[in-house]
Design a protein around this ligand. Structure first.
Ligand code: AOF
Ligand code: ZN
Length: 367
């Protein structure tokens, strides 16, 4: 398991500094995969003397930046890290050795690193070196910060979230209330935190351009476009000016589309049958931790994927946007004869946010 019961209990200030670590870590939102987001502060005599975060895979870890920032002041100080310091040589050398060399007196850790290369070995190394170690401060917060990373470490698959919009009478809506282009909108912020977003090719037949996050300096997810020849006989209508290097098409008709797309520099994966397992495997191999399945466009393209995802328990979360409209003409649609709550799949960790424009609900499937 990744929780650690045998640790000392942190004192009340510990929570404050770990929350600061999480705040720092979030500065790299969307950019760290396959690595986690990690923040670190060095505290001496009740003052923060150094801070840092992990900006991107391949770059130094949070501890390295914080120790650099603290300089000589790190000696006899307490280091706070939202994730257990690593004790292995990956793309970068072990942070445990950096902490030991800097002569910190104590290390307070938010959560144990679920990465089997690390998992508690970092803590053991620090303790062996005579450093006092406290584990599990603001543990839930730290786990939710890196929900996708933890999920991938434990399952070998990226965290998959279903996104859709509903009318107040419970019908699927083929639209976003939030203008995609709007900075500060929920969809724009959502895109920022995902490594990839799966979209229907039919979305691009209208005047809709490939959605991107409008947050300043944001990560842009890789756009995975699903093209089912059976459901949309036409070619993929991606306009050249819309194409970025971050588009990949999964299609069941390579002959018609692949050469055309290749000319535009778009990678195409041709499958006999488009299925979620293959897409998730692909994402996993690319080091993606989180994928958003956006249910807009031709719903028949997604019907099978969603069914498969629920059946195989590959869909972990949902984010629903309820828009302030009544879908005329389909008043009876939502009255599917489910008369008992336990006939469906239970969801948990419900969170909601309400404004004049929409109600956002998110939660986890409890399989
Ligand atoms: C930390 N602090 O800031 C991060 C950690 O290939 P590497 O060397 O970057 O190692 C990646 C692994 O190190 C990653 O999977 C995770 O277990 C840990 N990441 N650890 O102490 C950090 N980013
Ligand atoms: Zn490290």
């Amino acid at each position: 398991g990744i929780s650690n019961g045998e640790s000392d209990v942190g004192d009340c200030d510990d929570g404050f500094y770990i929350r600061r670590c999480v705040q720092l870590a979030r500065k790299a939102i969307g950019f760290t995969s396959p690595n986690p987001m990690v923040g670190c502060v060095i505290v001496k005599d009740g003052k923060i003397v150094g801070q840092g975060f992990h900006p991107k895979a391949g770059q130094p870890h949070a501890e390295v930046f914080a120790l650099r920032d603290a300089g000589d002041l790190a000696e006899n100080a307490t280091a706070y890290v939202s994730l257990e310091p690593c004790n292995h040589f990956g793309k970068t050398p072990p942070c445990t050795e950096a902490l030991i060399k800097a002569k910190v007196k104590k290390v307070v850790v938010g959560m144990v690193d679920p990465n089997p290369l690390v998992e508690s070995k970092g803590l053991a190394r620090l303790r062996d070196a005579g450093i006092e170690v406290v584990v599990g401060v603001e543990e839930e917060l730290c786990k939710s910060l890196n929900e996708a990373f933890v999920h991938r470490m434990l399952t070998g698959k990226p965290l998959l979230t279903l996104r859709y919009s509903l009318s107040v009478n419970g019908n699927f809506l083929d639209l976003l209330g939030d203008e995609v282009t709007e900075c500060g909108g929920y969809y724009s912020r959502l895109l920022q935190e995902y490594d990839a977003v799966i979209l229907s090719s039919s979305l691009f037949s209208g005047n809709i351009s490939i959605p991107s996050s409008q947050e300043p300096g944001a990560n842009q997810p890789i756009r995975i476009v699903i093209h089912k020849d059976s459901s949309s006989s036409n070619e993929i209508p991606l306009a050249v000016n819309e194409v970025t290097d971050k588009v990949i098409v999964f299609t069941d008709n390579g002959t018609a589309t692949a050469p055309e797309l290749a000319k535009k520099g778009i990678e195409t994966v041709i499958l006999d049958q488009i299925n979620l397992d293959v897409i998730l495997d692909y994402c996993n191999q690319q080091g993606m931790c989180s994928v958003l399945l956006d249910l807009r466009g031709n719903s028949s393209e997604f019907e099978e994927l969603v069914k498969e995802g629920i059946q195989k328990k590959n869909i972990c979360k949902f984010v629903t946007e309820i828009l302030p409209i009544w879908n005329r003409g389909s008043e009876i649609d939502p009255l599917i004869p489910v008369k008992r709550l336990d006939q469906g799949i239970q969801v948990e960790n419900l969170k909601s946010k309400c404004s004049d424009q929409n109600v956002i609900i998110e939660g986890h499937f409890k399989f």
